[in-house]
Design a protein around this ligand. Structure first.
Ligand code: ADP
Ligand code: TRP
Length: 326
C-alpha cells in the first residue's frame, strides 16, 4: 500500500522555543517515528522575509533550526528535510497561485491582519501573499495531511480553496489536503502568561537550547502573580510545563501542593528548571555538535532539496502544461 504523505514547516524567524517544540517539532518527530507516512519537513526561510529581518541573523537562525530539527529527532534518513528557498518550484508555483487568488481572500486572513497591525511600517506585498506561497509549499507535494497548529488552519483552508479553483479552471492537478490538527497546546509567555510564548517576543521565550543557568534565571523571573480571582495563569503555565518535562516525583509533589493550597513558587521554579535542563541536555550537546559540522548540514539540505525537487518538479510540470506555459 502507498504510504500517506505528510508535509509541514516552521518559519526561520528565530531558533525554536519550547512552545514550538511541544506544539510542533516534538509532534513531527512522533509522526516520523510511527513510520506510517512519507515525511517532508522544511524550513520556511522565504516566509521569514515577510516580517523585518537581518540577513546575518536569518542565515544563523536557518542553520540553527536545521540543527534543532535533527537534534530533536528528525532523521534525514527517514524524513526529507530541506529549505524552502532551495526548491525554486515553491516560488514559481506561488506566483501562479497569486494570479488566481482573489485579493479579498488574502486580505481576510487573520494572520495578515495581525502581522499588519504588528508591523505597521512594513506591510509588504509578501505578507499579504504569504498564504499563496504556503499553498504552493503544500500543494507541490500533494500531501494527504499537513500537521499544523490551530493558528494555521485558515491558511490550510485557503490552500484547499486554491486547489479547487485551479482544478476547476484548468483541470485536475491537486488533491485537497485534509485537516490534521496538531495536539492543541499553548505554552504561555514567561513574562506575561496571558499571551502565548512567541519568537516575536524573545523575553517571553524559553529556547530549547538555553543553558541550565539561563533556564534557571528565566524561570525564576517568570511571572506567577495571582489575578483578581486568586488564580495564577503563570503557575498554571509552569505546572503545565512540569507535566511535560518534570520527573514523576516532582509532578506528583507539586500537584498535591497546589491542591492543598501550599504551593511554593520558588520551589516549583527550582524543580522545573532542573527538570527542563536535564530533559534537553542531550539535545543541547547534539545541536552544538551539528552546528560544528556545517558541511554535514549542507549535505543533509542538499540531499533533502534534491529529493523534494523530484516531486515538486513533476507537479510544476503538470501545472505549466495545464495553464499553457511552454
Ligand atoms: P512563533 O509564534 O513563536 O513565531 P510560529 O508561528 O513560527 O511561532 O510557529 C511555529 C509552530 O510552533 C506552529 O506550528 C505553532 O503552532 C507552534 N507554536 C508556536 N508558539 C507556540 C506556543 N506558545 N505554544 C504551542 N505551540 C506553539
Ligand atoms: N505558516 C507556517 C507557520 O507560521 C509555516 C509554514 C509555511 C507552513 N509554509 C507551510 C506550515 C506549509 C505547513 C505547510 O507556522
Amino acid at each position: 500500500m502507498k504510504k500517506e504523505r505528510i508535509l509541514s514547516g516552521i518559519r526561520a524567524t528565530s531558533k525554536l522555543h519550547i512552545g514550538n517544540y511541544l506544539g510542533a517539532l516534538k509532534q513531527f518527530v512522533e509522526i516520523q517515528n510511527n513510520g506510517e507516512a512519507q515525511c517532508y519537513f522544511f524550513i520556511a526561510d522565504l516566509h521569514a522575509l515577510t516580517t523585518p529581518f537581518e540577513p546575518k541573523e536569518l542565515r544563523k537562525h536557518t542553520l540553527e533550526v536545521v540543527a534543532e530539527y535533527i537534534a530533536a529527532g528528525l532523521d534525514p534518513k527517514k524524513s526529507v528535510i530541506f529549505l524552502q528557498n532551495q526548491v525554486h518550484e515553491h516560488s514559481e508555483l506561488a506566483w501562479v497561485f497569486e494570479c488566481i487568488t482573489p485579493l479579498g481572500e488574502l486580505e481576510r486572513m487573520t494572520q495578515f491582519k495581525d502581522k499588519a497591525q504588528q508591523h505597521k511600517t512594513n506591510i509588504n506585498a509578501g505578507l499579504l501573499c504569504y498564504p499563496a506561497l504556503m499553498s504552493a509549499d503544500i500543494l507541490l507535494y500533494k500531501p494527504n495531511k499537513v500537521p499544523v497548529g490551530d493558528d494555521q488552519t485558515q491558511h490550510i483552508e485557503l490552500s484547499r480553496i486554491i486547489a479547487r479553483k485551479f482544478n476547476k479552471q484548468f483541470g485536475q492537478v491537486f488533491p485537497e489536503p485534509k485537516n490534521y490538527l496538531l495536539k492543541p497546546l499553548r505554552i504561555m509567555s514567561l513574562a506575561d502568561p496571558t499571551k502565548k510564548m512567541s519568537k516575536s517576543d524573545p523575553k517571553s521565550c524559553l529556547f530549547i537550547d538555553d543553558e541550565p543557568n539561563t533556564i534557571r534565571e528565566k524561570i525564576k523571573k517568570a511571572v506567577t502573580a495571582t489575578d483578581g480571582t486568586g488564580k495564577s495563569a503563570g503557575a498554571e503555565n509552569l505546572l503545565g510545563l512540569l507535566a511535560h518535562f518534570g520527573s514523576h516525583a516532582h509532578i506528583e509533589h507539586f500537584n498535591d501542593m497546589q491542591q492543598m493550597g501550599t504551593l511554593k513558587f520558588s520551589e516549583l521554579k527550582e524543580a522545573l528548571a532542573t527538570d527542563i535542563a536535564e530533559h534537553f541536555a542531550e539535545f543541547r550537546e547534539k545541536k552544538k555538535e551539528l552546528l560544528a559540522r556545517p558541511e554535514y548540514l549542507a549535505e543533509v539540505l542538499g540531499e533533502g532539496a534534491r529529493k523534494a525537487r523530484e516531486v515538486a518538479r513533476e507537479t510544476l510540470r503538470e501545472v505549466k502544461e495545464k495553464i499553457g506555459l511552454l
